[in-house]
Design a protein around this ligand. Structure first.
Ligand code: FES
Length: 131
């Protein structure tokens, strides 16, 4: 443990305290080429750690990252529109609102897995025929 302790308590603080970080905003404009060069490794390390954390907690498959709710249904269409005649519904029908159903536009229960994975609370809209 001695090498790790030495690294954490002595080497890293010494390295960071020797970085040419200016005390004022204007100081950034007075840095020389060697100063900027010295800032490249810690900046690259910080960017790498930040990107790794971003990828770990925000993969592209999640709608919150890509901005898309629909990840699978009719992706080649510019707009997904479905029309169903009320007369064709016998009793009741459950329509998907989570965009995860493999039986689109009907709910197939996929929202349950989505809710469990993301903490969301989405569910279908149920259309019932009037009695
Ligand atoms: S599968 Fe999407 S709401 Fe049920």
């Amino acid at each position: 443990m001695q090498p790790v302790a030495s690294l954490v308590k002595i080497s890293i603080p010494s390295y960071l305290s020797n970085l040419p970080i200016p005390d004022s905003f204007g100081g950034w404009f007075r840095l020389g080429f060697k100063d900027w060069l010295a800032l490249v490794p810690p900046t690259a390390l910080a960017a790498g750690v930040g990107y790794t954390v971003y990828r770990a907690y925000c993969p592209k498959a999640r709608p919150s990252c890509s901005g898309k709710l629909n990840q699978v249904i009719q992706l080649s269409n510019p707009k997904v529109v479905d029309t169903i005649d009320v007369e064709d519904i016998s009793g009741k029908a459950a329509f998907c609102r989570c965009w995860k159903s493999k039986n689109w536009p009907y709910c197939d229960g996929s929202h349950a897995a989505h809710n469990k994975e993301t903490g969301d609370n989405v569910g279908p809209v149920i259309v019932k025929k009037a009695k």
